[in-house]
Every structure is written in C-alpha cells, then in structure tokens.
Design a protein around this ligand. Structure first.
Ligand code: NCD
Ligand code: ZN
Length: 366
C-alpha cells in the first residue's frame, strides 16, 4: 500500500514524502517511491495522534458511551490511539476488571488503545497489570474511586502515575515524586505557573484552552473552567504544556442538565486546534508535539508501542484539510453524547481521513 505526496507534520517541521505500508507498518519513507498509490497532495498528515485522556465508559454505562462509539468518535476526530481512564462502572481497579477491559477493547475498538489502572487503597494488583499510568483520583469526580492509600507507598512502587487533583495536593505529589508524574488537566494560572519548573508531564484540555466559566450546563466539567486570565495563562505558557488530551467524558443530555461533569470532546479537539492555528495562536508543529510526539514517546517507552514517524512504526495517519471551513454540529457526533459547548462553532481545519495500522477507519463527507 503506497501513500503518495504526503506532507507529514512533526514537531520539527513538515516532511514531503511518500510512505510504503505493509501489514500495517511503515516500511519505507522516501521521495517518489515507484508504484501505484493514493495521492494525498493538498492535505497534511499527522502520524499517530494519541489521546492520553479518554473516558470510553461502556461496562454498566453503555448508555453514556461504548468502546465502539467512543473509538468511532476518536477516529472521526483524527485520534488513532486512545488511552482509557479507569473510573468506569465497575472501576478498573482489579486485575480481573483490567483483563475484562482489555478484551472489550480488543473486540470493539476501531482504533489502537492503551489502558490506565485505578487505585483506591490496596496496591497488590498493580504489579499484575500493564497500564500506561496508574491513575490516582485525589479529588472527587465521576466514578467514586478516590485514593485512600498511602502516597509514599504508591510512589515507592516506581510506576508512572497520573494524578487528578487540586493545586495543593499536586504540589505535595510533585514534592514526593521521583518517577514519571503526569498531571491531568492543568486548568488555572496558579497551577500552570507552579508546574512550569517541575519535572512532570503537564496535560491541558481543549475546553480549558477555548472556554471560560459560564452558566452553560453543557460546559460543566472538572476541573471547572477558569476565568479569562486562567485561559490566557494557558496560552501564554504553551511552551510548558507537554500534552493536549481531550478528557473525553460523555454523559447523556439529561445528566448534563442535572449537573454531570464532563465534556465529550474527542471529535472537536483537533479541529479546534487547527482553528487556533488558523488564528495564529500556535503552529502545526506545536500541535504535533503535544498530540503526537510526546504521547507517542510515552506509549513507546512505557508499553513498547511503535508510534510515530519512522520505518517500523504503525501506519497510523490522520489527514487534515487546513483550509476547510465548517460548522461543528454535535448532532452528527459519532459519540453517544450528541451535545457540546462547541456546537455551532465555525472552525477552519477538518479531519478528512484516518488510518489505523494501514486500515482506513474514517473518511469525512466533504
Ligand atoms: C470526568 C468523567 O466524567 O469521567 N469528568 C470530568 O468532568 N472531567 C472525570 C474526570 O476526568 O475527572
Ligand atoms: Zn478525565
């Protein structure tokens, strides 16, 4: 399978090339590779977009979202690998639940995936599973899996940790941490300013970059949206943001009306960032660094995946049309949550085609 005339976006610039793919892997990257292929001139290609923060629900919450609908939404949004969060019902805090989750994804997922593992009190089962991160909930949110164990004991296991917390507790964990610490959804000015100098991986969500607090129930989320000065501080500290993750957290409309926290954002993340690029708030390279390069390095080094732009990597490609203007219509989402605070936004930049391991998994109606 030959992909012709690609303009591949990496954090270090764009590369014009052809790519040969065999058995789902990149086998050759070069100029004018001979042979019949599909022509992609006019679009840009992101290699392996990994969303490190996704709540695919399923299990007893299939009414909110299933692995199938979540990953269909992912590829429509250009995401080729999702990393699933453990605050499910039942939660992924035992080896048994982890294995169940893994086989569910193996059966149903239309994109690649990795799983996080939750911890409440006992740490016995952590060594028996292979998650990307052990996710530690230190403040209350959907799923009720608050950590009640001893932080020193957990950190001494040397496992990569993802935390969800308030600023004071995050400070404490930064002080204690000696390994890999991933700080989820950094949302405020004091937080990004504190974390700037810390040896941690800082994640920011699109909704905290694009929205401020309001009385729109569709934008109720944890952590809450900031004020304009918080939002601006995230943009002015873009250099300190390592990862942009969607925190795709679908709920039904009825639940949102009753105050449920979470935004189904996996389909709008890349379009919103492409729109921001059109507004010159960031570059395609900035997007590639935070959606591809850093997340790929994490899954490669921690789980032995082969994600990225190199011979031997999985052929995960997202083609985008940077100039296409369109209106976000939540009623057309693949996600079961057909509502969004971004509904009706006119944006520039659209996902046109997504491939996972060489297979076409999404094609936009243009
Ligand atoms: C998330 C959910 O609903 O699972 N909600 C949210 O507001 N972000 C949980 C979480 O990430 O805290
Ligand atoms: Zn989340």
């Amino acid at each position: 399978m030959l992909f012709k005339n690609l303009r591949v976006v990496t954090s270090k610039g764009t590369v014009d090339c052809d790519i040969q793919v065999d058995h789902g892997l990149i086998t050759h990257i070069g100029k004018d590779i001979p042979g019949e292929g599909t022509d992609f001139s006019g679009s840009y290609t992101f290699p392996s977009i990994v969303d490190l923060h996704v709540h695919a629900r399923d299990f007893n919450q299939r009414y909110k979202e299933t692995v199938k609908t979540c990953t269909e939404a992912a590829v429509a949004g250009g995401v080729t690998t999702v990393v699933d969060m453990p605050n499910t019902d039942p939660p992924v805090i035992t080896k048994e639940a982890f294995e169940m989750r893994k086989s569910l994804f193996e059966r149903e997922s239309v994109c690649d995936f990795a799983l996080n593992f939750g911890v409440v009190d006992t740490m016995e089962e952590i060594s028996q599973v292979t998650p990307l991160f052990v996710k530690v909930y230190l403040s209350e949110t959907t799923g009720h899996i608050l950590f009640r164990g001893d932080s020193r004991e957990l950190l001494s296991l040397g496992k990569p940790i993802a935390v969800h917390s308030d600023l004071e507790t995050t400070k404490e964990w930064c002080r204690l941490n000696k390994g890999i610490l991933y700080v989820c959804h950094v949302a405020s000015k004091p937080e990004i300013e504190f974390l700037r100098g810390q040896q941690v991986i800082r994640e920011v969500t699109p909704h905290h970059l694009f929205l401020t607090r309001s009385d729109d129930v569709l934008s109720t989320v944890k952590p809450p949206l900031g004020r304009e000065e918080d939002r601006k501080a995230l943009w002015s500290n873009l250099g300190s943001i390592d990862v942009i993750g969607s925190d795709h957290a679908p709920h039904t409309l009825e639940e949102k009306m009753q105050g449920a926290s979470g935004i189904a954002g996996i389909e709008t993340m890349l379009p919103l960032l492409l729109h921001a690029r059109h507004k010159e708030l960031l570059t395609l390279e900035d997007i590639a660094l935070r959606l591809c390069d850093i997340p790929c390095k994490l899954v490669n080094s921690l789980l032995g995946y082969r994600k990225g732009f190199f011979v031997g990597a999985d052929a995960d490609f997202t083609m985008i049309d940077p100039g296409k203007e369109w209106v976000i219509d939540a009623s057309e989402f693949k996600s079961k949550a057909k509502h969004s605070p971004f509904d009706g936004w006119r944006v520039r930049g659209k996902v046109v085609r997504t491939f996972v391991k060489g297979e076409s998994v999404f094609e936009a109606d243009l």
